[in-house]
Design a protein around this ligand. Structure first.
Ligand code: AP5
Ligand code: ZN
Length: 211
């Protein structure tokens, strides 16, 4: 299967991805995680992406299409993938179509994670992440077993630089203006997921639609 997860910041894309990946043996490509790794490693790509990311704006189409284009060629992504946070503009969706068409394949399904804006501020400001794996926790909704530490590695959790009440406004505005049109672009491939419910309920909705 070739799947795309579309949803505003904090809607649960990263939280649901590991189970989707596991259940369907897919490779999980999250442009936000890849960009954060590039920023942390201070690569040329990271240096170019840093300012936009910290302000809550989108990084240029050219940069993200470049990283996805490389990642999607990996052997483990040949039979299927789940894209988390890409495409985020209609131009990115068109580029993806070109890449897939040249290989004779197509996107199967687009899951649209739907959560009202007012719930997303609390989700995002309460988040803690494990930078090595991209795993996320929430101080109220999904606390780690030991406060401040990753359940699997015991390594420290950190806050994302863009997870503050100010930047979330810019990210939500970018979602509505630039990313929502991606859903119209994919029209009949879109399945709506009620992602304002508890995480296990969201997981069941996804399981049912991917059966
Ligand atoms: P990215 O990392 O993709 O951030 P985002 O889209 O803003 O999404 P988030 O990671 O904030 O949300 P999520 O849906 O993964 O939520 P999560 O599961 O963690 O992008 C970051 C930046 O990189 C962008 O702003 C941009 O600058 C750049 N970028 C990335 N891709 C790009 C692209 N294609 N083009 C251009 N620029 C790009 O959950 C959030 C919190 O809620 C967690 O604490 C979690 O524990 C909790 N939670 C999850 N589900 C539930 C639930 N059901 N109930 C209660 N709490 C829940
Ligand atoms: Zn995420």
């Amino acid at each position: 299967k070739r799947l795309i997860l579309v949803g505003p910041p904090g809607s649960g894309k990263g939280t649901q991805s590991p189970a989707i990946k596991k259940d369907h043996c897919l490779c999980h490509l999250a442009t936000g995680d890849m960009l954060r790794a590039a920023v942390a490693a201070k690569t040329p790509l990271g240096m170019k992406a840093k300012a936009a990311m910290e302000s809550g704006a989108l990084v240029s189409d050219e940069l993200v299409v470049g990283i996805i284009g490389d990642a999607i060629k990996k052997p483990e992504c040949r039979t299927g993938f789940v894209l988390d946070g890409f495409p985020r503009t209609v131009a990115q969706a068109q580029k993806l179509d070109e890449m897939l068409k040249s290989r004779g394949v197509d996107v199967d399904k687009v899951l649209s994670f739907e959560v009202p804006d007012q719930l997303l501020v609390e989700r995002v400001t309460g988040r803690w992440i494990h930078p090595g794996s991209g795993r996320s926790y929430h101080e109220k909704f999904a606390p780690p077993k030991t406060p401040g530490l990753d359940d699997f590695t015991g390594e420290p959790l950190i806050k994302r630089k863009d997870d503050n009440a100010e930047t979330i406004k810019t990210r939500l505005a970018a979602f509505h203006a630039q990313t929502a049109p991606v859903l119209s672009y994919y029209k009949n491939k879109v399945t709506h997921i009620k992602a304002d419910r508890p995480a296990d309920n969201v997981a069941s909705q996804i399981k049912a639609t991917l059966k």
